[in-house]
Design a protein around this ligand. Structure first.
Ligand code: GLU
Length: 551
């Protein structure tokens, strides 16, 4: 039996060769320097912030170099596939407006280098595995689960390196005839790569983020094709796909760094050019005094659901992620406030090697800034869109009260230093509910300060609302009237009050607090003049009645 015959025995129906595939997927017609990058998630869980960071970096690299960004669905671990994970990936990419140029979704293939779903590429992988068997660089391995377990136990106990190499690679020594016979008998097998590396020899690899790293050569005979579903392992699919799809830069998590020696040998064996690698740092979180890896289980912000539910502007989330991805992003953003993020010249060298600390306070600040710069009608529209998907109650209220909501959102907005009240859309209602009668009437929990005597409050309010407040007054006129009236009722301005606190009932701030609390129940709100203009006399008089009956 020859290698070729063994290969035919295992893959009788695979007729296409590597050369055929090379022809089917020729070099891409792109500019020199254009980067071909991919986002290659496994649908074994819902998209998390680390995946998102990879996607955003890839998008930047492709757009800023006029390259190609494609999505490859790495679904080779079928047992661990999570329902809805793929839909969620596409939803997020669409939501953040970072859709790939090439992808395959719901039966639609966009791009000439597909299929873009690994389980649909099985014949391609098989052609490459077959080739390796033909040249004697792959072999069927019949080690059973139990045998593998035994080897692992032995290696662990005797502090040996874990894995199938050297004397542990038992099936490697079978003759071709022996192997063929066992296959014919129907024994289960996987296909393993036949490594020629020497663990005692070193080679230098250059990662674009981590710099030069010295690795020992690979000597592991790793499985490249699984038994059962006959799908490839990640390592082999990486080789085949990134070769045929002409990936120039692989952006992937740090956890793959230790697999580099293996990938290096695989590419070398086929004589393929290796892509460049950007191994991204882990995303860390400060938890009390410790800094630890962000955790899907413990930290809601680890999953991409969080940001949408909270209603962060998409650009704020992208900025926050790029801020931790590249140390100079923040400065670039300050100097280029209106540029799209993907014009940022992302530099792998400026990625932290030790880990990227993701901080929700930072995101809040970035987001507050963006929200403060939106026009009130634009913000209203975003808020409404958010509410439609996330909070029907708020949606109903703000739809009914569109004009007042916009007016409220506009308070202290069209000024040089606008208010930075809102870190996301979900926080708006908590800071504006009192503007809506329905909500106001539910709470009626008054927060008066120094002046909290009902009689005195009514003394101030009755006259003020009835005969002093005038909707047509400017803010200055309004305030002058308040001051004058306050004086009459023995409330001093701040200076006088400080000099002689005992001769007055209170100061002007105590006085306006009374008005504010009767009208909103709160002692702190944005500009009271604006709030009163929005509420209008009828509503304010009604609120005074409510106060009379409920305080
Ligand atoms: N499917 C791999 C993962 O989700 C992708 C790694 C890569 O980008 O190559 O970890």
């Amino acid at each position: 039996m020859t290698n070729k015959e063994l290969a035919n025995l295992i893959f009788p129906n695979i007729t296409k060769t590597i050369e055929d595939y090379e022809k089917m997927y020729p070099e891409r017609n792109i500019d020199v320097g254009a980067k071909v990058v991919r986002f290659a998630p496994s649908p074994t869980g819902f998209m998390h912030i680390g995946n998102f960071m990879s996607a955003v970096i890839n998008y930047c690299l492709a757009k800023s170099s006029k390259g190609v960004f494609f999505l490859r669905n790495e679904d080779t671990d079928q047992a661990r596939t999570v329902e809805g994970a793929v839909d969620f990936i596409y939803h997020i990419l669409d939501f953040y407006n970072i859709m790939p140029d090439e992808y395959e979704y719901k039966g639609k293939i966009v791009g000439n280098y597909g299929p873009y779903i690994q389980s649909e590429r099985i014949e391609i992988y098989h052609a490459f595995v077959k080739h390796l068997i033909e040249i004697g660089r792959a072999y069927p391995c019949f080690l059973t689960k139990e045998e593998l377990e035994e080897i692992r136990e032995y290696q662990t106990k005797s502090k040996k390196r874990i894995g199938i190499y050297g004397k542990y690679a038992k099936s490697r020594n079978l003759t071709l005839d022996e192997a063929a016979e066992r296959i014919k008998k129907g024994e289960k097998f996987v296909i393993r790569f036949k490594s020629e590396g020497d663990f005692n020899k070193k080679f230098v690899f250059e990662d674009l983020t981590q710099g030069k790293i010295e690795f020992p050569e690979n000597d592991l005979d790793i499985p490249i094709m699984k038994s059962g579903d006959l799908l490839p392992t990640y390592h082999f699919a990486h080789l085949v796909d990134d070769h045929l799809m002409h990936t120039t830069h692989v952006v992937r998590g740090n956890e793959w760094l230790s697999s580099v020696p293996l990938h290096y040998e695989l590419f070398k064996t086929f004589g393929f050019k290796m892509p460049k690698y950007i191994h991204t740092s882990l995303i860390l979180k400060k938890d009390g005094d410790v800094i630890r890896k962000i955790s899907k289980r413990k930290d809601p912000e680890a999953l991409m659901f969080y940001y949408e539910e909270k209603g962060y502007p998409t650009i704020a989330v992208i900025d926050a992620v790029l801020t931790i991805a590249n140390s100079n992003y923040e400065e670039w953003r300050t100097n280029n406030p209106d540029k799209p993020f993907y014009e940022f010249p992302f530099s792998p060298k400026k990625m932290s090697v030790s880990g990227a600390l993701f901080d929700l306070d930072k995101l809040d600040n970035i987001s507050k800034n963006y929200i403060s710069k939106m026009s009130a009608p634009d913000l209203y529209q975003e808020y409404l869109n958010w509410a439609l998907k996330n909070d029907k109650h708020i949606y109903e209220i703000i739809s009914k009260e569109k004009s007042n909501t916009i007016k409220f959102l506009n308070i202290e907005r069209e000024v040089k230093k606008p208010r930075k009240d809102y870190e996301n859309y979900s926080s708006i209602f908590n800071k504006s509910w009192y503007m809506y009668d329905e909500e106001f009437n539910k709470k009626l929990d008054y927060h008066f300060g120094k002046i909290n005597d009902k009689k005195e409050i009514l003394n101030i309010m009755n006259n003020y609302l009835d005969s002093i407040y005038d909707f047509n007054d400017s803010q200055d006129e309004w305030f002058n009237k308040i001051k004058e009236y306050a004086k009459k009722l023995n409330y001093a301005d701040m200076k006088e009050y400080k000099e002689n606190p005992d001769s007055y009932k209170g100061n002007i701030a105590d006085f306006t607090t009374v008005i504010r609390v009767v009208l909103t129940t709160l002692d702190m709100t944005p500009n009271l003049y604006d709030i009163m203009q929005i509420l209008g006399s009828d509503r304010m008089l009604k609120r005074l009645e409510i106060f009379k009956n409920s305080y």
